[in-house]
Design a binder for this molecule. Structure first.
Ligand SMILES: [Zn+2]
Length: 131
């Protein structure tokens, strides 16, 4: 390998590193219908991508869609028929409210409770947002 090729290789590696660290890709919900129920097939994958508790996440989705449901394995089973795009929007608004930092918009946040108030703490910029 020539020096030039080696340099080129390094350049590409660095570019890839930057890309993966900086960008957060919004997960796409995958839904399936089961009679009068709607199932989010990749529910637990999305919850873990957000780094959020499945109970917290599923409660939000249920409240927002105005229905009841339960987690079954890796899936969330919702009563009623919902379109995929509709469910996707709820997932995105959950991310806006509870995952992305209000200051720097990064997803590197944690939820904690301080004096009974739920707070979102950003690991990237240190911002603390009461919820
Ligand atoms: Zn931040």
């Amino acid at each position: 390998m020539t020096d030039y090729e080696e340099l080129l290789d390094k350049g590409i590696e660095q570019a890839e590193d930057l890309g993966s660290g900086d960008r957060f890709q919004m997960p796409e919900v995958d839904t399936r219908k089961d009679g009068s129920k709607t199932i989010i097939v990749n529910f637990s994958d999305i919850a873990s991508k957000f780094g959020r508790d499945e109970k917290h996440f599923s409660k939000y989705i249920q409240n927002d869609l105005g229905t009841a449901g339960h987690v079954e394995g890796k899936e969330l089973v919702l009563n009623g028929e919902f379109r995929r795009g509709n469910v996707q929007r709820k997932v995105e608004s959950y991310a806006d409210d509870y995952v992305f930092c209000g200051e720097c918009s990064r997803p590197d946040t944690k939820l904690t409770k301080e004096k009974g108030v739920e707070i979102m703490k950003c690991q990237a910029c240190g911002a603390r947002t009461p919820l």
